[in-house]
Design a protein. Sequence first.
Length: 420
Amino acid sequence: MSSSLSALAQYRILPSRASGSWMILAVAARAPYAMVPLGTMTAITASTGSVATGGLATGLASAAGAVAGPLIGRWADHAGQRRVLLTLVPLSAVAFALLLTAALTGLNGPLLWAVCLLLGSTAVPIGSFTRARWTSLVRSPRELSTAFSYESTVDEMTFVLGPALVGVAASTAFPAAPIALAATLVLLAGIPFAITSPPLAARPKDADAAGQVSRADAVDMTVTPDSPARSRADVPPIPRVLLAVLPAVVIMLCIGANFGSVQAATTERAALLGADGAAGLVYALMGLGSAATALAVVLVPDSVRLAVRVLIGGAGMALMLAASAAASSLVATALLLFAVGLFVGPTMVTAFSIAERRSPTGGISVAMTSMQSSITVGVSLGAMLGGALTAASGPVAGFAVAIGAGVVIAVVGLAVLVRR
């Protein structure tokens, strides 16, 4: 009991490593980007009268964000977060304003697609930037695990609350109101977050022969304001970073596929049971379960290797998803999806820890942004494949896609465990 309380007390350390105001800004700054998918779908569908157009607009924004993520990370590794953020955040605000204008005027065609591409390509990966910053602030692997657990919980909460904000704004005001709210949040939270970010990328004090930061006793990183920015030779190429963190990328891709396919399957099951409006609430329970156990990762002893955690997480997800596929009511589905989330949270935190440990020196921002891009791509692929199979064969087929994703995660964990 005392050891558990001591582990949970690690969260009290985080505000002393980074200011509490910065942590609050980091939460508020990522909220508008959690509103983009559903907000774009709602606004453009209402303005054009076509759900197909709304879906295409959403897909273009998501695809542009997934491609731009690692490139933004590379830029941050070279030039530092502050310069990148002070450039991107104003552009992002402009992109939201243009999308709002498009929604209010019923714009369609190439100009609308261009606005959506701009919106996605200027979307700031706030969660990835905060994780990269934590690597320069914490003083031990345990503190880093705590920081990643906290960040995963924040991600899950914004994942749940973002669509909720869209629903409230759209229902109480007008369909494009969520876009206006997102633009306001970018200005009020995004710009202060940019100003308070470190001027340069985190630099390791020591590195071993393989180019990895030495973590024998602690994560020893510093940001020195008077140090010169990295030369391009100091920053590893994006393909090298992606290859190094490939296991973590695959895990996040599968977690995203799980989200997308379960959303499709749950929506279809709710419709078949005559409770269309309950689909979002049922699906949100998986996010709540994930957020709860992401916080509890600090209770896991350091002796439990990361690969073992991935193996257990993937196997647990697959088993609970199989039970969800067999459920016959929405109540049972909701409870089982909550149980699925209990395995998702720790697996996500572990994936980020694997990426941090495997990323080459100078490539931490690329590693973190690639993780965010991976889950975005995974959600899109899972939604498309799960949606098509669900439409053809029912919700069980959609759940089958998610089960397969869980199995792949378990296989990755087993492979990493065998290869050490």
